[in-house]
Structure formats: structure tokens, C-alpha cells
Design a protein around this ligand. Sequence first.
Ligand code: NDP
Length: 505
Amino acid sequence: MTVIERPSLDFLTRPKRLFIGGEWVDGVDTFQTTDPATGEVLAEIPVAGPDQVDQAVEAATHAFENGWRDMAPTERQRLIWGLGDLLDEHKDEFAVLEVLDNGKPLWEAELVDIALSIEILRYYAGWATKIHGDLLPNSIPGFVSIRKREPIGVVAAIAPWNFPLLEIIYKLGPALAAGCTVVGKPATWTPLTTLRFAELVNEAGIPPGVINIVTGPGPEVGGALVSHPGIDKVAFTGQTSTGQEILRQAIPSLKRVSLELGGKSPNVVFADAHREAAMAGAFGGAFFNQGQACVAGSRLFVEDSIADDFAEELTEKAKGVRLGQGLNPDSQMGPLVSASHRETVRGFVTVAGDEGADIVAGGRYATVEGLESGYFLEPTVIDRVTNDMTVAQEEIFGPVVSILRFSDWDELISLANDVSYGLASGVWTSDVNKALKFADAVRAGTVWINTYGMFDVAVPFGGQKMSGFGGRELGEEALDAYLQAKSIWIDTEAVIPTQGQGISR
Ligand code: NDP
């Protein structure tokens, strides 16, 4: 396999700092971020100490109270749109940085991570001028009541490593449109694109303090944000267990919290499905982004009558995957994000074998010529999985798909829903009634019918059950998580109350 030279990006050689109040600020320590395809160090990244977290929150509070909240919506729209344009201008550099830091194939970074980030900024730029309250029809003569929608305040946006920049932008777009200011924290394994994005903020003319970026370990830097009295809302994406911890930490100050969490999505293939499309959907649903996707169709339910044949073809496809560096156009899949994550994923495969499932493809560390230090894992297919097995219940977050067989409707629905998560699902059938019946019965925030993994800026996304809490991302609905209602009463006849307050004028 050809190994591609790492491009020399100017950004990689520049010193990295925290972005606070429009200024570059040193941290108290540093950590290293590495290229998972080679294990090589890409850059030294600052660790924010408690003082820098304080400064970032203060800068965001100042910017909220002195300009951004009250700025003309047309101006906010122009600035957010300009940020999207700048990202567009530098999209190739961003895509390469995302590949280097995360390991994903370049086409994925281009078409998903960066393209969607640009669209989100433009979509929510448009919303800045369309957020409105209403005049409510109260039944009290002479009184007018108005519902205003106000920004919640300062938002902590905490992101995972699987879609590093995109997960920050998911939160930034609606937050900025609503009039909130933000302190963002990217994941420790993948901070590069978020720090590069911070460089565009001043260039776009966004006022100092509206967007601040701090980096460093989750429990310390993320934890300091979550418990900070100056943060009004936490928007988090990551593991369910971290989300639970964040919710606990947010209780003393009763912060608003929205959580996008893990998944264990059922992807269901009926015997009457279009075979080729279902195979592509089963494969892509399981292995897209090296399986490191919250929506991964990691539980593949196949109707009994076609299951042997389907499993065999999927197994062959998985064995034929070309692993390699994400920048190499020949690579179908890249490495996992880190050595420790690869170890965790492989541990699940071992447990599956111990519990009696058949590992029919992959499951081992893979060696790619010239990239012997990369964190590659063979795409893995596990057959004869039953719903009580660990691999059917726990999120693996790697290139591992479990095949479960079903023969009747009630069995399918009960198995598909018998999991603590409820993020996404897929169904493949030529019977539209069956597909819609499944969409009604499955407990998941998204259902894909004869497709898998579709996203659009206008379509809300989020989880039911233990996959989500406190709102949705994308679409108009995401704005709700950054706005709060205020009711205003006006006595149009200006009569002085004679009997105290309220309606007893
Ligand atoms: P983690 O929960 O480990 O981390 C997510 C972010 O939270 C990181 O920035 C992390 O920092 C930070 N963090 C960790 N501990 C704390 C804490 N105590 N307080 C505040 N912040 C903290 O998730 P991963 O990064 O491993 O991401 C993978 C998970 O994300 C999967 O479960 C996946 O399903 C989920 N996900 C969900 C999506 C959805 O929309 N539902 C979309 C994408 C991913 P650090 O990196 O320094 O540890």
C-alpha cells in the first residue's frame, strides 16, 4: 500500500494557544496530539488551567452582555455567514487536518465533517433574523401579553473526537444565532481543527469573547466549565456515562443541559429488501468512520430466510476492505483514533468470542505496510449474536458489526428495542407499510428507510432513552436549546391597581 507523505501544513508548526476574548493565551501545561495512522506527534496542545477557564467564561459573559445578545439580527447573520464563508475558503486544509488528527478517510472529512460544518454555519446565520416571539391572545380586557424568546447566555460546548470540528459547530451554529456566546472544548485526541477554526474567528470580525476555545483533559477543563457559575448552559456530545456525570455536576447551579450520547442502533434487513442496497447500507452503517459513529448500525438484524447468505456476503466484503492512511485515496478505512481505543474495541471482540458468538471476519490488529505503528483494526463481523451478549448491548464504537437473526415481527420489535439506547435505526424492505410500521414501533430518534446515515442541516437529530437528553441538534428545533421564554404584560389602559396585583385591577 502506498504511504502518503504528511503534507506540510503551516498551522502544524505554529505554536498552539488557547483562544480567549479574541486573544491567544498560554496554557499551564501541554499535551501531544498524534496521527493515528503513524503514531507520530502532530503538535503540542495547551492545557487550560482553572484561571484560563475563568478568563474564558468572563470573556464570554462580557461579550454576551455587551454586544452579541443585543446586536441587530442582520449583523449577527452577516457575521455567522462570514465565518461559514471563511471555513469554505479553507475547507481543503481543514479536511486534511481532520484526517491527520482523527485518521478518517479524506472523502469522509470533506463530504461530512467540513461540508456539513459550513452548511450549519450558513443555515443558522439565516435563523438569526427569524427567531421571534409572539403576541399571545390573553382573555383579560385592556392587557397585552407578549412572549419573547431570549438567549440563555453563556454556553459551554463540549465535543467528542469522532467528528471533531463538526460536533463543536453543531452547537456553535444555533448558539450564536440565538445570541448566546460560547466557550468550546474539543476532545483531547482531536483538538487541531477546532484550534485552527479559532484563527478564523477574528478574521471573520466576530467580536472578542463571542467564541472562546479551551483545550485540556475532560474531567479537569470540561468539568471546570460544567461547574462554573458563569456558564448558563452545557451542550455536550459524548459517552452516556460522561453525560450522566455532567448532569450531576450541573445540579447545584441548575444549568440548562443538552446531551447527545451513545447509541446501539438496530439496522434491520427484511427478506424482501433490495439486496444490493441493503448490503451497502449494512456495510456503510457499520463501518463508516471506522465504526466510530454514534449512529453506527452495530446491531444488524437479518430475517432468518436470507441470514446465512447475507452474513456470508458481508463477511467477504469486510475481509476485502483496504485499510490505510486517510489521505491515501486507495484507503477505504483508516486507523482507529488511538491505541487505547483500539485496545478497548478489540476487548469487546474477545468477550464476544468468550460468550459464544462467531467471529467470522476481522477482530485482530491489522498491520499496514509502511504504517506499522498505526492503530489499525480489521473490520469485524460477529455472527450468531444473541441480544443478551455484551456486544449486542454495549456501545463498541469501532468497526464491529453483530448479526442477529429474527423470524417474526414481534420478536424483531422486542429485540430491536431491548437495549438502553435509542439514537437511530434503519430498515430495509420493499414493503412501505412494513417500513412505516417499524418506524412507529422502534424507540429511536431517527429512522432511515432503505437508506442509512442521512443527515441534513434542516432535519433535527438526537436520541431517545439513554441516547439523549434536553433537546435536539440541527434544524429549527436545535434553537430551542439555546433560547428561553420571557412573558411581558402591558396594561394598555394604564389603570392604577386598586386591589393589589394581578388581574384585580
Ligand atoms: P467522552 O464522553 O469521553 O468525551 C466527550 C467530551 O467530553 C470530550 O471533550 C471529553 O474530554 C469531555 N469530558 C470527559 N469527561 C468530562 C467531564 N467529567 N466533564 C466535562 N467534560 C468531560 O466521549 P468520546 O470523546 O469518547 O466520544 C465518543 C462518544 O460520543 C460515543 O459514546 C458516541 O456515541 C458519542 N457521540 C454521540 C453523538 C450523538 O449525537 N448522539 C455524536 C457523536 C458521538 P477529553 O477528550 O479530554 O476526555
